[in-house]
Write a protein that binds this ligand. Structure first.
Ligand SMILES: [Zn+2]
Length: 443
C-alpha cells in the first residue's frame, strides 16, 4: 500500500540497502505537507514488520517487509528484527559552536546563585563571547565536529545551529563560516541561523540601540550577501532586545530573505509569542511564560513552538513550558536540545525523556516533535523528518522493541544504527562485538 505503481512495475529492482523485519517502522508520513497538531501528534504511522528500500541516498519505498523484499533486492540487507526504525532525529535549536565551558557556573547554580547574578558578575553568555572571539576558526571547527559526531551517534541527522557568540560583524561572520565548513565536512546537515542579537555586547552596554542598528544595517546585509544563513533569530527578553527592537531586526532579516525565529518568553512574559505570530516567524522557542493569547495567535498562524526542556532543567527553576496547553490549542510543537555551554546535551533521546516525564508528552508526541515537526521548524520537511519515498535516507534503528520505550528507557543511547544519506555511519552492533570475549580468550 505504500509502494507506488511505478515502483511495483520494476520487478526486483537492485538497490543499495534494504531494511527488513522492523518490529515497528515509524513513518510519520502523511498526505498533508504540514506539521502535526493536536491529536495528530499521536498518529505516527507505524508499520509492523516494516521494511524500507534505499537507493542513491534516497528512500525508494516503505512498506511491509514482504512487499519490500518482493519488489527489491539489495547488496546489503539489514534485519531490524526486535528493533524499531525511525526517521533520523532533527534538532531544531542549538548553539552548536562555542569555545570554553562553564561548569563552574553549574556549581554556582546548584548553590542557588541566579542566572542574572552570574550574568552581572561577567559570567554567562558574555564569557562565552569573550572566549569564542579569541578562538581560531580551526579550533571552532574541531570542537563543532566532535559535537556533531556525538549528536550523530545519538541519532540526530539534521541540526539547526546559531551564531551569537561573536557579537561583532567579523566574529559573527566567523561563526557562520564555521557552520558552513561543518556542513561541508560532516555528514550531519547543518541549518545555519544568524543570531547576532543574542545579547547586547559590552561595547554597546550604554548604547543598545546602536547595536540594534549594527545588526540591522551592517551584519544582516553582510550575512545575506555571503549566503551564510537561512534564519534570523533574536533574544526577545528583558535585559536583551525589546519587542520593538526584535521586530526591527526580524523584519530587516526577512526583507533580505532570512526567515524568522524568536527566543520568546524564556525568563518572563514579554509577548514573544504574539510577536512571533505577528511577524510570521517559522518558530518561537522556549515559551516558558507565553500568554494564552500568544499561544492562540501562534496556532492561528501555524507558528511552531520549539520547546527546550533541557534548558529549563539546567536552569533549575522548576518551570517548564505548558506543552499540553500548546498541543490542545493546535500549535505544532517541536523539541530541541538547546545545546550550549549552559545546557550541554547532545541527545534528543534525553530530550524525549524530559518531555515525557516533566511536560507529560506521550512517547508518540515526543517522537513527532523531534522528527517531522522539528523538520517543519527548520524548513526541511520536504527533505527529512519522515520515512517516505523520495525523501533523504536519514534513518535510525533503535534497539528497543517498540516506540513506547523512548523516554521510558533513558540515560543510555538506544541507537543501534544510523543511516545518513543512505550510508551506515553508526553501527553499535558492529562495535559491540569487540567487547565480547570469545570463550577461549576468557580461559
Ligand atoms: Zn537558544
Amino acid at each position: 500500500m505504500y509502494l507506488s505503481r511505478t515502483v511495483k512495475a520494476r520487478k526486483r529492482e537492485k538497490l543499495d540497502l534494504l531494511i527488513a523485519n522492523a518490529n515497528e517502522l515509524v513513518t510519520l508520513s502523511s498526505e498533508a505537507q504540514k506539521p502535526r497538531t493536536g491529536t495528530q501528534m499521536r498518529e505516527i504511522g507505524i508499520i509492523r514488520d516494516g521494511g524500507l528500500a534505499i537507493k542513491d541516498g534516497r528512500i525508494v519505498a516503505v512498506g511491509k517487509t514482504a512487499e519490500i523484499t518482493k519488489a527489491f533486492k539489495a547488496e546489503n540487507t539489514i534485519s531490524a528484527n526486535g528493533k524499531i526504525v525511525l526517521p533520523g532525529f532533527i534538532d531544531p535549536h542549538t548553539h552548536l559552536i562555542f569555545a570554553g565551558s562553564r561548569e563552574d557556573e553549574f556549581q554556582m547554580r546548584i548553590a542557588g546563585v541566579s542566572h542574572m547574578e552570574i550574568f552581572k558578575a561577567g559570567g554567562g553568555i558574555l564569557r562565552t563571547v569573550r572566549e569564542t572571539r579569541k578562538a581560531s576558526f580551526e579550533k571552532l571547527v574541531d570542537h563543532g565536529t566532535e559535537t556533531l559526531d556525538t549528536m550523530l551517534e545519538h541519532g540526530t541527522t539534521t541540526v539547526e545551529a546559531k551564531s551569537g557568540y561573536g557579537l561583532t560583524t567579523k566574529d559573527e561572520l566567523k561563526m557562520l563560516e564555521v557552520l558552513q565548513r561543518l556542513n561541508q565536512l560532516h555528514s550531519v546537515d547543518v541549518v545555519p541561523t544568524f543570531f547576532g542579537a543574542s545579547a547586547i555586547p559590552p561595547e554597546f552596554s550604554n548604547n543598545p540601540q546602536g547595536y540594534v542598528s549594527l545588526v540591522a544595517e551592517e551584519m544582516i546585509p553582510k550575512v545575506t550577501e555571503k549566503g551564510l544563513a537561512e534564519f534570523c533569530d533574536v533574544l526577545c527578553e528583558k535585559g536583551a532586545f525589546s519587542l520593538e527592537q526584535t521586530r526591527r531586526i526580524l523584519t530587516t532579516g526577512r526583507n533580505s530573505g532570512l526567515r524568522s525565529k524568536v527566543h520568546a518568553d524564556e525568563m518572563s512574559h514579554v509577548g514573544g509569542a504574539e510577536l512571533a505570530a505577528g511577524v510570521g516567524a517559522v518558530s518561537a522557542d522556549h515559551m516558558l511564560f507565553s500568554s494564552d493569547e500568544g499561544i492562540k495567535a501562534m496556532a492561528d498562524k501555524g507558528v511552531a513552538a520549539v520547546l527546550l526542556p533541557a534548558a529549563a532543567f539546567s536552569q533549575m527553576t522548576d518551570r517548564y513550558p505548558d506543552a499540553r496547553k500548546m498541543i490542545d490549542c493546535g500549535v505544532p510543537v517541536a523539541l530541541g536540545t538547546d545545546f550550549n555551554p549552559d545546557c550541554w546535551v547532545e541527545s534528543q533521546q534525553l530530550i524525549i525523556a524530559l518531555a515525557c516525564h516533566i511536560m507529560k508528552l506521550t512517547p508518540a508526541e515526543a517522537i513527532t516533535a523531534t522528527t517531522i515537526n522539528a523538520a517543519h521548524a527548520v524548513s526541511r520537511a520536504n527533505e527529512v523528518g519522515s520515512l517516505e519515498a523520495g525523501k533523504k535516507a536519514d534513518v535510525i534503528i533503535l534497539d528497543v522493541p517498540n516506540h513506547k520505550f523512548l523516554g521510558y528507557r533513558f540515560g543510555v543511547n538506544l541507537v543501534d544504527k544510523v543511516i545518513k544519506n543512505g550510508r551506515i555511519v553508526v553501527d553499535k552492533e558492529a562495535s559491540r562485538t569487540e567487547f565480547r570475549l570469545l570463550e577461549e580468550q576468557k580461559m
